[in-house]
Design a protein around this ligand. Structure first.
Ligand code: HEC
Length: 129
């Protein structure tokens, strides 16, 4: 009888520990998700903020495009090695367009480091086609 009671107690104690462990794991997961979300969506890059604050010049952007990007994307941005960029702004946000140009994360597209004003002009051009 005493033995039974002991057993019962230990199973119950274990399940409490288990529940606690599950709660802790769940809490850690939630915390990780929140941290990931904040880092993923917050625009903390001062360069991007600077570009977004500027008013771009479409014609100047077109020239910059023809000099730097047309080799791969075509003179009219209709695509060569790189994809057709018409209506690209429907697929990518301003921030993602900037990241595409400056990140170098999709080779063979190189990593560009345009002045903020040049990037703003490029962005204006990309959004106009
Ligand atoms: C050496 C060739 C090359 C050059 C130069 C180049 N790109 Fe690209 N670009 C690519 C390739 C290839 C991709 C597709 C990358 C992928 O997603 O895998 C791409 C993708 C893109 C995309 C995303 C297209 C989409 O459908 O999401 C944008 C926007 C873009 N390029 C803009 C530019 C701009 C602006 C410049 C000039 C500053 C430039 N590229 C210069 C090759 C190039």
């Amino acid at each position: 009888m005493t033995h039974d009671t002991l057993n019962e107690q230990s199973t119950e104690a274990l399940s409490v520990t288990q529940r606690l462990a599950i709660a802790v794991v769940g809490l850690l997961l939630a915390l990780g998700l929140i941290i990931w979300g904040v880092q993923h969506f917050r625009i903390s890059d001062p360069y991007i903020l600077q570009v977004l604050a500027l008013k771009g010049d479409r014609d100047r952007g077109a020239l910059i495009f023809q000099m730097n990007c047309a080799v791969c994307h075509g003179f009219e941005a209709s695509g060569e090695v790189g994809p057709d960029l018409h209506r690209v702004s429907e697929r990518k946000s301003k921030v993602n367009l900037i990241r595409q140009v400056i990140s170098g994360q999709t080779p063979p597209m190189p990593q560009f480091q345009p002045e903020a004003k040049d990037m703003a002009d490029l962005l204006e051009y990309l959004e106009s086609i």
